[in-house]
Ligand binder design. Structure first.
Ligand SMILES: Cc1ncc(COP(=O)(O)O)c(C=O)c1O
Length: 394
């Protein structure tokens, strides 16, 4: 472990039999349990200790009654976003949502109708397509361009495809590619969507995991038009490893959009939250800087390790180094396998459970997504198994 580390990210924590999707879901998805789970996007590190302490403290009072959102919860969000991104938001813009995917689904229902067109940029976080289709909207795609080993937005395609759409769902930063979009890209999206009257949802769940020297840019900060024409989804869930608490927020600067969203939420009281939600968010944002810096540096170390190990021992599997987050896009196209062969190779030969790249859209064929949010020793073992399997096919 690095000498300046105060927190122990090397610790191996047994998550089996905790109903963890990543661990206990192996059997359901692959019908076996002998795989190292490197798929679902949570980390195998302990949740940030100050979040756990806040929950324990609350449990000292034995009444888990109905819970309101204290002002300190809103102030913690406001402070964090200002300090981290220089974005000044106000309390009234913050809307609790019970998770980002549910929040996007709710906002999609609040702002669009059945049959409306919704655009995404695949390969992209798969629930964007699921939400669109399951809510009976029409999916429109504008695939990303592969350029010098990284994805970029295809602005010509964007201009064409976005015409007639009601909504564009942006993944900022990008999952699974790990891209931190440039100011030019975000500005162009803001300008075109404003001109075409297309609302933007900016999913910024991975923002706090942006790896130095890259800097996250909230979409709404691009311009007044971007701010008035967008809903930004944020949460401490990924960065502080607390997604099981389903505590997120939709930031809506435009008062008209806000009242429409609230009306939708209020109709079924969808924003009640639960007894631990608000205190956990407040604890993460009020104490999080040092822990997060160390976590990011550990993740960076894991990315460096996977990259150099595979370069040395399995050069046909290329690590696309993420600019944000712990999800590593592996370019396996040089192996020359069909997607089925590629999946079988990872499962049957390497005994690893990764996300199939094609889940993120057909553009993800030839890729696999590796989660490196785990102790280094686990990653080392996983890479050893991968290289062992690789040797057999060379
Ligand atoms: C881009 C993106 N949005 C949303 C989520 C999930 O958010 P939640 O668990 O709050 O619904 C993930 C999880 O991997 C993600 O990568």
């Amino acid at each position: 472990m690095l000498s300046f580390m105060k927190y122990n990210f090397d610790e191996i924590i047994d998550r089996s039999h905790t109903a963890a999707v990543k661990w206990d879901g192996l059997n359901e998805v692959w019908g076996r349990t002998d795989l190292i789970p490197m798929w679902v996007a949570d980390m195998d590190f302990a949740t940030a200790p100050f979040v756990l302490e806040a929950i324990k403290k609350r449990c000292e009072n034995p009444v888990l009654g109905y819970t309101c959102k204290p002002d300190s919860y809103y102030q913690a969000i406001i402070r964090w976003i200002k300090e981290r991104y220089g974005w000044n938001i106000e309390r009234g813009m913050i809307n609790f949502v019970p998770g980002i995917v549910p929040g996007i689904g709710m906002a999609m229902n609040a702002f669009t109708e059945k049959g409306d067109k919704v655009m995404i940029m695949p390969p992209v976080y798969h629930p964007f397509a699921w939400l669109t289709e399951r809510n009976e909207r029409v999916l429109v795609t504008c695939p990303l361009r592969w350029e010098e080993g990284m994805y970029r937005m295809d602005m010509d395609c964007f201009r064409q495809q976005v015409k007639g759409c009601k909504l564009f769902i942006l993944c900022n930063p990008h999952n699974p590619g790990g891209v931190v979009w440039t100011e030019e890209e975000l500005n162009e999206v803001a300008r075109i969507c404003h001109e075409e009257g297309v609302l933007v949802f900016s999913d910024e769940i991975h923002a706090d995991l942006t790896l130095p020297p890259y800097k996250h840019r909230p979409f709404a900060m691009m311009s007044e038009e971007a701010s008035m024409n967008s809903v930004t989804f944020m949460s401490p869930s990924k960065a502080f490893n607390m997604p099981g608490l389903t505590a997120s927020h939709a930031i809506i600067p435009n008062p008209q959009l806000r009242s429409r969203f609230r009306k939708y939420m209020d109709a079924c009281e969808l924003d009640l939250g639960h007894v631990f939600a608000f205190l956990a968010v407040e604890a993460a944002y009020s104490n999080g800087t040092e822990w997060l810096d160390q976590c990011l540096s550990y993740i960076q170390g894991n990315i460096d390790f996977a990259d150099s190990y595979l370069k040395a021992h399995a050069p046909k599997i290329k690590v696309i180094r993420p600019q944000a987050s712990y999800l590593v896009w592996l370019d396996c196209r040089e192996l020359g396998m069909t997607q089925k062969m590629l999946n079988d190779f990872f499962v049957d030969k390497a005994h690893l459970a990764l996300n199939d790249g094609a889940v993120f859209g057909k553009e993800g064929e030839g890729f696999m997504r590796l989660n490196v949010g785990c102790p280094r020793s686990v990653l080392e073992q996983a890479m050893k198994q991968l290289v062992e399997a690789y040797r057999h096919i060379q």
